[in-house]
Each structure stands twice: as structure tokens, then as C-alpha cells.
Design a protein around this ligand. Structure first.
Ligand code: CU
Length: 175
């Protein structure tokens, strides 16, 4: 009996190791976005490895018209009403807050998205700060939409206000 377990335990360790290694060769990821308590924002954000960075495309509804801070936060834990459990902006290099094209920025600083008069926002960007594997991988972390515009300056939050929607970034099937 004991001897049987000797084989099973290493096998389990190996299996779990593969399961949690976040996307060693991941090239596509997706986050289904859900509203924070009392909010109505929902949709989907997709990530894809591309030339020159990571292509981020989004399709969201239920926003107020105008600009909204759009970030990757450190933890993929959306299990709290105010989404503070997702931590601060994903910042593996210990940098200050900035806009997506600034040399000094958090990896997770994706700037703003803009909603139209109907509260819809759809678009794409290629970002150089995030990846889907390695130290800057966003897989397993959270994409967050804020109530207000990110001023791209104020450290560490961009003064973007409440967190109104979130999605956990997961590995997507490659085609
Ligand atoms: Cu944020």
C-alpha cells in the first residue's frame, strides 16, 4: 500500500506543476469581465501574442460614456465586492505609474478605454509592457475597469477611482 503511494505522489506533483505553470508557451488568453457589486459592466477582453507585443482587444458594455482606466492588477482574485482583492497594478519591475507608452510605467498600465454614448467600448491595442509567459505574464491576474479616467500620472493609481468590473485572465485555446 505504502509503495503504491510512492509512485502516485510524484505523479501528482508533476501534474499540479504543469497545471499551475502559467502558460509557459501561452499565446492566447481571455478574460470574461463581470461587474463589481452595484455595477453593470460586462464583456470580454482578449490577449494574443503578436509582433511587437501583446495584442489586447476588448468588447465591453454597461459603462458610463467617456474614458475609463484600464489595467492589469496583480491578483486574479475577484472574490470581493470592491475588487480591492485584486491588489494594485501589476508591477513586476517596481516602477511608478504611467501611461502605456511611457518609459516609466507599471507593466499593468494599459491606460484608458473610451465608451461611446451607449456605454459601449470596443477596440484593440498592442502593448509592450505585458506578455503571456515569463516575468511579465498577465495569465492568472485580473483585468480591471475603473469608474474614472486614468490621468496616466498619479502614482500609484492614476486617480482612476473605483474598480467597476473585473475578469480573471485565463489561458485560451490556440487555433
Ligand atoms: Cu486599476
Amino acid at each position: 500500500m505504502k509503495r503504491a503511494w510512492l509512485g502516485v505522489v510524484p505523479a501528482l506533483v508533476i501534474a499540479v506543476g504543469f497545471a499551475v505553470a502559467p502558460g509557459k508557451n501561452c499565446t492566447k488568453a481571455v478574460a470574461v469581465v463581470h461587474p463589481a457589486k452595484g455595477q453593470a459592466v460586462s464583456g470580454v477582453v482578449k490577449f494574443e501574442k503578436s509582433d511587437g507585443g501583446t495584442k489586447v482587444s476588448w468588447d465591453l458594455a454597461g459603462l458610463t460614456p467617456g474614458k475609463h482606466g484600464f489595467h492589469i492588477h496583480e491578483f486574479g482574485d475577484c472574490n470581493c465586492d470592491d475588487l480591492k482583492c485584486t491588489g494594485g497594478h501589476f508591477n513586476p519591475d517596481g516602477k511608478k505609474h504611467g501611461g502605456p507608452t511611457a518609459p516609466e510605467r507599471h507593466a499593468g498600465d494599459l491606460g484608458n478605454i473610451e465608451a461611446d454614448a451607449k456605454g459601449m467600448s470596443k477596440g484593440e491595442m498592442v502593448d509592450k509592457g505585458i506578455t503571456l509567459s515569463g516575468d511579465h505574464s498577465v495569465v492568472g491576474r485580473a483585468v480591471i475597469v475603473h469608474a474614472k479616467e486614468d490621468d496616466l500620472t498619479t502614482d500609484p493609481t492614476g486617480n482612476a477611482g473605483d474598480r467597476i468590473a473585473s475578469g480573471v485572465i485565463g489561458i485560451a485555446k490556440e487555433e
